[in-house]
Design a protein around this ligand. Structure first.
Ligand SMILES: Nc1ncnc2c1ncn2[C@@H]1O[C@H](COP(=O)(O)OP(=O)(O)OP(=O)(O)O)[C@@H](O)[C@H]1O
Ligand SMILES: [Mg+2]
Length: 266
């Protein structure tokens, strides 16, 4: 571990390059040269065309993949593997089918030897936060897709990570459940003050959730735009319809659409 001087950024991605199958006949360069910093409590959205390298950037930040060159610095540590301080929520449902909702939420804390009294408190707290208190004894197969994803979010938040990494967490949900979950995420971001990096393809999701949007080129990913969502004036909207009626919303969506089309492979 290398100690790095602190500044107000809790995460620094420096000159990240990722090449898969580097020593095989057909190496795949997924990420070319990506650098950005994230401030505490910021909600950063990673956007870009399909296959451009978004999940790879997130997985390297999580420590699930190692960079080919460059580095990730979280707090004052160089990331060289997964850690409890970085929680990940995936697109597919990742709950344990044989455990109840409450036991799923408790699982990670048990692994990390969190004391039973604290585990119990946190299970109750996060069940309430995601609106699943009445389903504590249900099994995942008895839940809808949105509810399963709420279990995954509660389970990850229960470890109280400093950084919450989300890879298209609402991608498999129907439209109504999706905007409900987006609103839930905004309220969780406010109440837990967790720093969040979220990958999506969905332009309206990016504008609603993001304090800032980083837009990647087609593969290999490089940053072609990194900007705050200016028309939100550093505010977060609690309800989706309130952002849709903002005068500058359409312009911002069109700009993202233009970027997306310029990088599309299709
Ligand atoms: N483990 C791996 N081994 C080899 N190639 C990989 C691996 N993981 C990803 N890739 C390749 O890296 C490139 C980027 O993949 P990645 O999953 O990061 O894209 P993405 O932007 O998340 O795509 P999508 O929007 O479809 O989820 C792709 O060409 C993919 O085939
Ligand atoms: Mg992906």
């Amino acid at each position: 571990m290398t100690a790095i001087a602190k500044d107000d950024h809790i995460l620094r991605v420096e000159g990240l390059q990722k090449i898969f199958n580097q020593h095989l006949a057909e190496p795949v360069e997924a990420v070319q040269d990506v650098s950005f910093q994230v401030r505490s409590n910021e909600l950063t959205v990673l956007l870009g065309p399909s296959g451009c390298g978004k999940s790879t950037v997130l997985r390297v930040i999580a420590g699930l993949e190692l960079p080919s060159s460059g580095k990730i610095i979280h707090g004052d540590q160089v990331v060289n593997g997964p850690a409890r301080s970085r929680g990940m929520v995936f697109q597919s449902y990742t709950s344990f089918e044989w455990l109840t909702v409450a036991k799923n939420i408790e699982y990670g804390m048990k692994l990390h030897a969190v004391e039973p009294v604290i585990r119990k408190e946190r299970v109750e707290h996060y069940l309430e936060l995601v609106g699943l208190a009445d389903f504590r004894n249900a099994y995942p197969k008895q839940l809808s897709g949105g509810m399963k994803q709420r279990v995954a979010i509660a389970r990850t938040l229960a470890n109280e990570p400093e950084l919450l990494l989300m890879d298209e967490p609402f991608g498999a949900l129907d439209a109504e459940t999706r905007w409900n979950m987006q609103e839930l995420l905004i309220s969780l971001a406010q109440s837990t003050q967790t720093t969040i990096i979220l990958v999506t393809h969905d332009l309206s999701e990016a504008l609603f959730l993001g304090d800032r949007i980083i837009f990647f080129s087609k593969r290999p990913a490089t940053i072609i735009s990194d900007m705050p969502v200016a028309f939100k004036n550093k505010k977060r909207f609690a309800r989706k319809e309130d952002i849709l009626s903002e005068a500058k919303y359409k312009d911002a969506e069109q700009e993202l659409m233009r970027l997306m089309r310029s990088q599309s492979n299709i």
